[in-house]
Ligand binder design. Structure first.
Ligand code: FES
Length: 142
């Protein structure tokens, strides 16, 4: 084998071995696809008794994603939001006296409707419609 042929074979081998990596790098983002497969209909996230016990219910892994419900079975309009701070992803805490969600990491504040009250967060929270049916607490993405 001539020296030139040898280098052509090596070059072709390198190209062939790097092709799967290049194809994988160009494929679409799987996290985007996973979030788009979340259910859009009513999903059970807890029980009426669980909500009434403390006046709030935090479900970090529900079928629709993280959910924080605030209220009781007697509350007319339950607050239901994704409690993941839109700044850097910390989990928000409900401050009942101030009636707002506060981020423990950098101090962002959100209203019960998910709107930003104070930065550094810029984007509102994802919200849900919530209802109680029998002993189940249900939410649906808005
Ligand atoms: S992560 Fe919430 S304000 Fe930074």
């Amino acid at each position: 084998m001539k020296r030139r042929d040898f280098f052509n074979w090596v070059g072709l081998g390198l190209l062939a071995s790097s092709l799967p990596v290049a194809i994988a790098a160009c494929s679409s983002d799987t996290t985007t696809e996973a979030s788009s497969t979340k259910p859009k209909n009513w999903q059970k996230v807890g029980t009426k008794a669980g909500l009434d016990k403390t006046g709030q219910l935090l479900v970090e892994k529900s079928p629709v994603g993280p959910v924080l419900l605030v209220g009781t079975s007697k509350t007319k309009n339950l607050i239901a939001v994704d409690p993941t701070c839109t700044h850097k992803g910390c989990t928000l805490a409900w401050k009942a006296k101030e009636k707002k969600l506060v981020c423990p990491c950098h101090g962002a504040e959100f209203g019960g409707d998910g709107k930003v009250l104070k930065g550094p967060a810029q984007e509102p929270l994802k919200t849900y419609t919530a209802k109680i049916e029998g002993n189940s607490v249900l939410v649906k993405p808005i």
